[in-house]
Design a protein around this ligand. Structure first.
Ligand code: NAP
Length: 344
């Protein structure tokens, strides 16, 4: 019998990749989008699967229709990927972030419990829950210390997932996802901002790239591999939580260097602190500058995941190196710019 899955946040980066992955596995896919604006379908369009998914409206901030939706869809698996996922926005809208990213998880878990307790539930938890890190690298046993309204809301959703598993025996799993990127990443995120703007600079469409903290280090993986881990979690005998990460960290500065290198530009750095600049070695042009507006009010520190449990129990491992990831993203942005398929 054809398996069915419901993906909240199907219009986001992970939602689109997960939908493609599950369609290829033969699943029938239902996905939700917000009713407040027309569905944002560019990612599903780019992956060529818009006509292979059935869309339904759901706004986790206010919607009380989760139960009705689950009754209609009757899926064996529910993947909760919807979230107000921008850390900077969460400082401006902490209450809305709490409602969507935190309480939204409780709404879905309650619906699962009411409609069919056999539904398997995946929650997209975040490395940001470690925030002020208590140890490096972070594993499933590392204590949390969130440093933003986003991370605090994610922590609520995470513990609710654990709670439903422990109290109601729900097959509920949380993936503690470290950063994962792709050409489908939103332009507000630093990686995509770098690859898109570097490609524009290469083609003479822009002069400079403005960034915040160049020394922030991140554990960056490739998104299509992370959605495979989500599916693996729901298809093992025992529900549990897993850190999904590469186990390696690189700085924003290194990401910038690799992105320009893909475009045949070598960056050299001059100056200190907010005066630091990235310069094209060939012609002395300033291509990267610091803009203090992009510093976070409270940065999480060294977030590096320990993915050994996922490797051991799910046979999951990140496969794409940072260099490969950056190259995929830069080349795709260059292609989009040159083909006119993205507004510049
Ligand atoms: P994303 O691209 O920002 O997608 C977020 C999705 O949530 C979009 O489909 C968005 O829909 C939807 N959404 C936003 N507000 C909503 C609301 N009020 N009601 C219902 N849906 C709403 O995020 P992503 O990168 O795919 O990440 C997927 C999940 O993993 C998120 O929960 C994120 O917090 C978590 N996560 C991601 C990373 C990462 O590195 N990517 C790391 C850790 C955790 P619209 O199209 O309507 O905006």
């Amino acid at each position: 019998m054809t398996k069915k899955a419901l993906i909240t946040g199907i219009t986001g980066q992970d939602g689109a990749y997960l939908a493609k992955f599950l369609v290829e596995k033969g699943y029938k896919i239902f996905g939700t989008h917000r009713k407040t604006h027309p569905p944002n379908l560019w990612r599903l369009d780019e992956l060529g699967i818009t006509d292979k998914v059935t869309l339904r409206e759901l706004d986790l901030q206010s919607d009380r229709t989760c139960t009705k939706l689950l009754q209609e869809v009757k899926s064996e698996e529910v993947y909760n990927l919807a979230a107000q996922s921008y850390i900077s926005v969460s400082f401006e809208q902490p209450v809305a972030t709490g409602e969507i990213t935190g309480i939204g998880v409780a709404r879905l878990l309650e619906a699962v419990r009411a409609v069919d307790p056999d539904i398997r539930f995946f929650q997209a938890s975040s490395n940001e829950m470690f925030g002020l890190v208590q140890e490096v690298p972070q594993s499933e046993n590392t204590p949390f210390h969130p440093r933003s309204p986003y991370a605090t809301a994610k922590l609520y959703g995470h513990w609710m997932t654990v709670n439903y598993r422990e109290v109601y025996n729900t097959f509920a799993c949380a993936g503690i996802l470290f950063n994962h990127e792709s050409p489908l990443r939103g332009l507000e995120f630093v990686t995509r901002k770098i690859t898109f703007n570097a490609a524009k600079i290469k083609d003479g469409l822009q002069d400079k790239l403005l960034l915040g903290n160049l020394n922030a280090r991140m554990d960056w993986g490739y998104a299509p591999e992370y959605v495979e881990a989500m599916w693996l979690m729901l298809n093992t005998p025992q529900a549990d939580d897993f850190v999904i990460a590469t186990g390696k960290a690189y700085s924003v500065r290194q990401f910038v260097e690799v992105a320009f290198r893909v475009l045949d530009v070598e960056i050299v750095w001059e100056g200190q602190g907010v005066q630091e600049r990235g310069i094209d070695r060939k012609n002395g042009k300033v291509l990267v500058e610091i803009d203090p507006r992009f510093f976070r009010p409270a940065d999480a520190n060294l977030l590096i995941g320990d993915p050994s449990k996922a490797q051991r129990e799910l046979a999951w491992k990140a496969r794409t190196s940072l260099e490969e990831l950056v190259e995929i993203m830069v080349k795709e942005d260059l292609r989009r710019i040159r083909s006119g398929s993205i507004e510049v």
